[in-house]
Design a protein around this ligand. Sequence first.
Ligand SMILES: [Zn+2]
Length: 430
Amino acid sequence: MESKKYKLINALIIKEFESATRDKKYIIVHKKKHWIIAEELYLILSFLDGENTLSDICCKLQSLGISSTAEDLEKIIKTHIVSKGIVEGYEGEAENEKKSKYFWFQVNILKESLIKKLSFTKYPYNKVFSLLVLILSIPGFFIILRSIALPDFYLMIPTVSYKDWMIITLLIISSGYIHELGHAGASMHYGIVPYSIGFAFYMTMPVLFADVSGIWVLKRKQRAVVDLGGIYFEHLYLCTLAIITIITKSNIILIATVIRYIGLIYNFNPFLKMDGYWLFTDLSGISNLHDTTVRYIKAKLLRPFSISIYEPHNELTSKSKIVFYLYVMISLVFFIFFATLLKNITLTAFELLPFAKEDLLNFFELGSIMEILKSIAIYFKNYFMVFISAFLVIRIIYTTFRNITLLILEVRNKKSQNTQISTKLPVSRE
Ligand SMILES: [Zn+2]
């Protein structure tokens, strides 16, 4: 066994991973999968050239202050390296191909090869160009801000006809696509083509996303630019639309612009997995922020029972820990607020349901087709709320059950997750 040799496949990318942990971390990329590894494993990987035998590697590690037997080394290589399918002559273990545990009903609309053809989207990331367009967008931005601040705008909304709502919806969807192209363009500006652009549900909300997982290999500041890319493109688009409303005097375009811009501001929210979350993660260097937060809270809850679990936040530098604690505190306040809001929406939806049902049952007696359509629309609007609420309740029960099962497994196996490899989540977002 000591003379056994392993060789890494050629197509493997290994880079230093920029984060706020005390110890150095590295990132491996293979077939759209990303793993973050600790320095020890990185050293082992660097010796897997097909020339070194296991005992050679043991000697080399010894000289670096890491003692290991050939048996232990082989065990590490098998569980953490060979299983990933990154060693020549070995097939990796079939992993759960689930795209993202945060997205439901994920559908890819644009594939990598098609996105590549849209490489012109990287030009707005030229420094001079971006500065110029941002200055040019100021008048449009003021039109939007003025509309948000003045009550006249909100009085306009109830006067909009059903037909016009369709135009507004189309404008809003187009804005969403431009947003994703913004992320894609930024990513390509740094030489990384997004894996896909698509559609999914995030916590019952329909969202468009750009899978730019490849950007984990970039520096923190570069990742932050990609995070802001969507907002940047959409800001430019909406400011242009705002100028068009002045020329055309179109209230419909103005309504679409302002509604979408309010959504854009909401995108900075760092507590849900929106652009603000990724921006915060990348700037602070605390990756897997949500998981780290959840684990921290779980550990706190389990402590009275003398059960300890792995807490990733312990790996952070002391400065980043302060940032992390602040984030946890504000998150808790946010989620209590969010839960209360959801509870109220759910209750209102259920209260409205019988009325809408009555409307629907009576719809044959209604006169015009428009009236019938209207009543059906009202019915579905309310029914949809009930559907969403039910969906969310099931989701919460499912997640809680799954989390408890995983936790029991972890505690029982004493499986410390602090093994050198952890899988990264995609940076996909609205
Ligand atoms: Zn975005």
